[in-house]
Design a protein around this ligand. Structure first.
Ligand code: URA
Length: 283
């Protein structure tokens, strides 16, 4: 019969093989490991029941008593339940808190857990923090317009950000800043887990910062857009951030973004009318 410790190691190796980099340990699991360690140090033979309490199924943390710094997504339950478990862990996510550069309020993703397409932005801003929902400010309005033009409603897609907390600035009021590489790395385990749960057919990375966080790309959006990339096997289209359209207002960026959206519609085999094909083309 396999020892519990071997089962645990098998489980962790399997998780690692599928790209999981963090493991959540609840207090019972920590206690078991502590006891195992003390027994090993004292030279006593390991008692079998020591790790019996460590479930092969990942355990959602108790949001009150836990300060998680390791993450294991639930692998059972509905997608909604799995995303809820992630959300609870994100609330008090120690690697992000430890940076000391992000604000307190966690803004998790929103949308359809069964979505065929997932949109990924960089980080919440003032309005998103206030409403605790991604893309609800001016950039969000623009995003809704883009989705509408594609014939998709906001409820059909899954909307996420690489960073789950608003990046802080000195004397901050309504001003926002881009997240740093370290801030993005601290929250990437959540994005990876969300993609694993939702399993979208494709991802749209909104802006260069999201592309950097998700794909490790550097450079301009102009250089990254117009082709398919891959995040661990899921096709990713990089395009301009909706706020860039608000700033530039230029038809050229609008058309280029629209060409990326047409590619996404083709990938999803969505119907495309002649009118849609002609959006933003010079008359
Ligand atoms: N910009 C982003 O990248 N994400 C948001 O949620 C809002 C603005």
């Amino acid at each position: 019969m396999s020892r519990p410790v071997d089962l645990l190691l098998d489980f962790l190796h399997a998780e690692q093989a599928r790209g999981v980099t963090h493991a959540h340990l609840d207090e019972g699991a920590r206690e078991g490991l502590r006891e195992l360690f003390l027994r090993a140090r004292s030279g006593k033979k390991t008692a079998e029941p020591v790790l019996a309490e460590i479930s092969a199924e990942p355990v959602a943390p108790d949001p009150v008593s836990e300060k998680p710094s390791v993450l294991v997504p639930l692998t059972t339950g509905s997608r909604t339940e799995q995303l809820d478990a992630l959300r609870r862990q994100a609330e008090d996510w120690q690697p992000a808190k430890d940076l000391g550069t992000l604000r307190e309020t966690m803004v998790f993703s929103t949308g359809n857990p069964e979505a065929r397409v997932m949109l990924v932005g960089e980080a919440p801003g003032y309005q998103e923090e206030k409403e605790r929902e991604p893309f609800v400010g001016p950039a969000g309005q623009k995003l809704n317009d883009i989705l509408k033009a594609m014939g998709i409603s906001r409820d059909e897609v899954y909307i996420s950000n690489i960073v789950k907390f608003r990046p802080a600035t000195p004397n901050q009021t309504t001003n926002n800043r881009k997240p740093t590489r370290g801030e993005m790395e601290s929250c990437m385990p959540f994005v990876r887990a969300e993609i694993g749960i939702v399993q979208p057919e494709c991802i749209i990375a909104l802006g260069g910062t999201a592309a950097e966080g998700l794909l490790n790309l550097e450079g301009t959006v102009t250089g990254m857009r117009g082709k398919w990339h891959s995040f661990e096997g899921t096709p990713v289209r990089v395009t301009y951030h909706p706020s860039y359209l608000l700033q530039s207002g230029g038809n050229n960026a609008k058309r280029l973004l629209w060409e990326d959206m047409l590619s996404v519609m083709e990938k999803l085999a969505l119907p495309i009318s002649d009118r849609q094909r002609g959006f933003f083309l010079p008359k």
